[in-house]
Design a protein around this ligand. Structure first.
Ligand code: ADP
Length: 256
């Protein structure tokens, strides 16, 4: 099982009516690998994350996570559509942070971080609080643990959202344009936290980002999406320094 990548999109397609958003996608993400997805608006980047989070059903193909099919399950040696219970078990391995922070507004930073560990994982409150305190410390927010989201800046809220996702002990973290809604001066503190997680945790990380400098410095691999396909992928130095594909060049010229 450990020979399998942490994530595998196998011939995955996604359509909305007549619109093909992902076209026969094949993508493997290795254990502990950090992958950035870049590309023009509407190229299907967010859909990739939403399908992994099972917020969207796929139309064709199979999605594998940690060596097991997620969208399907094995029955008598055949892949059949997965039950909700199966999907939920596999999805528990994945944490996601969104562009909009999505914190529970009526709970403190600490409350946000202990809610799911207690209700979903059945953790004891004291244990959940201990773990949450460690995570809030890691994201630099120990002093704000009793603050409500409305009392925090956007950057601080996003850091709580990251701590909250990590509190569920995921193996895979998805980041969807997590700095896009932030004022420019708050972007750095959130990227700093993501960098730290990358260094200190053996997590597989997949991010959609418009921060090209960050993608270049942080990722093991960069995938450039265009019209629902991976148009070009490779090490950041190759993609940013010597893109082979004309579309990649055009995109980078426009954004850099
Ligand atoms: P990106 O993240 O690269 O900007 P998305 O994955 O969000 O692109 O979207 C890809 C395409 O799918 C876009 O054309 C978008 O309009 C379309 N799309 C996304 N979600 C839906 C939906 N729920 N219904 C119909 N079309 C959608």
């Amino acid at each position: 099982m450990n020979d399998m990548p942490m994530v595998r999109f196998e011939n995955v397609s996604k359509r909305y009516g007549p619109l093909t958003v992902l076209d026969n996608l094949n993508l493997d993400i290795g254990r502990g690998e950090k992958v950035s997805i870049i590309g023009p608006s509407g190229s299907g980047k967010t859909t990739v994350l939403r399908m992994l989070m099972t917020l969207e059903a796929i139309n064709d193909g199979v999605l594998w996570v940690d060596g097991e099919p997620m969208t399907h399950m094995m029955q008598n040696g055949k892949l059949v559509p997965a039950t909700t219970k199966h999907i939920r078990r596999i999805r528990a391995k994945i944490g996601m942070v969104f562009q909009s922070f999505n914190l529970f507004p009526h709970m403190t930073a600490m409350g946000n971080c202990i809610e799911a560990p207690i209700t979903v994982l059945g953790m004891k409150r004291s244990e959940a609080e201990e773990r949450a305190a460690e995570l809030l410390n890691m994201v630099g927010l120990s002093a704000k643990k009793d603050h409500y989201p409305s009392q925090l800046s956007g950057g601080q809220q996003q850091r709580v959202a990251i701590a909250r996702a990590l509190a569920m002990r995921p193996k895979i973290m998805l980041f969807d344009e997590v700095t896009s809604a932030l004022d420019p001066e708050l972007v750095g503190e959130v990227l700093q936290v993501i960098r730290k997680i990358g260094r200190e945790h053996d997590l597989t990380m997949l991010m959609v980002t418009h921060q090209m400098g960050f993608a270049k410095e942080f990722s093991d691999r960069v995938c450039f999406f265009y019209q629902g396909k991976i148009c070009e992928q490779g090490a950041p130095a190759e993609i940013f320094g010597n893109p082979k594909n004309e579309r990649t060049r055009q995109f980078l010229n426009a954004v850099l």
